[in-house]
Design a protein. Structure first.
Length: 185
């Protein structure tokens, strides 16, 4: 990342506001990254739903789609708190994870196999989000942005829960069926 030159009055010895600090800058960058990722997911999850067969998996994805729409709004609220315009920045990691999910869906046989693939891809997404929100929440705490930290913590909990539900869906039926069925190619 290219370092931006400060145009604030730090040279004159005045204290930078929290968002003018290096950590503040990192916080804003990370927020823009996850904001882009969440918006991309509001388009990617419906494709996963369309490709899924298991009613449990479809239900889990539908619930998380609604949550993801909330995550977008919460991120916008955090931008508002820090006094910045809500502006996403392409998250190449999420772009790659979504691309992989699409590949898996194209290449796998419809049914338990594709469902297992969707779960694997979705869990990779959740883990990326868990890492991002954990970081963002911790930055917010350090910066003294208590309200932002609480909002980020809420989303972090949703992501952890979504990951757990996906594990349950996988281990309760889909993986077991996939382990029994022969590949029909
Ligand atoms: Zn999310
Ligand atoms: Fe990213
Ligand atoms: Fe998520």
């Amino acid at each position: 990342m290219k370092a931006k030159t400060h145009t604030t009055g730090q040279e004159e010895g005045s204290q930078p506001t929290e968002m003018e600090t290096k950590l503040g800058k990192l916080f804003e960058e990370e927020l823009r990254d996850i904001y882009w990722a969440e918006k991309a997911l509001t388009k990617a999850i419906p494709k996963m739903i369309k490709n899924a067969s298991s009613t449990d998996l479809i239900a889990a994805l539908e619930t998380h789609l609604t949550e993801t729409e909330d995550h977008v709004k919460r991120a916008e609220k955090v931008f508002e708190i820090i006094g910045k315009t809500a502006r996403g920045k392409t998250c190449e990691a999420m772009e790659g994870l979504i691309k992989e999910a699409e590949e898996i869906m194209e290449e796998s046989e419809e049914g338990v196999m594709r469902d297992a693939g969707i779960i694997a891809a979705a869990q990779k997404v959740e883990h990326y989000e868990i890492a991002s929100y954990g970081t963002l929440r911790t930055y917010a705490q350090t910066l003294g942005l208590d309200e932002a930290a609480a909002i980020l913590e809420k989303t972090l909990k949703d992501e952890k829960k979504a990951d757990e539900i996906l594990t349950t869906v996988a281990t309760s039926a889909i993986n077991l069926e996939a382990a029994e069925e022969e590949v029909s190619e």
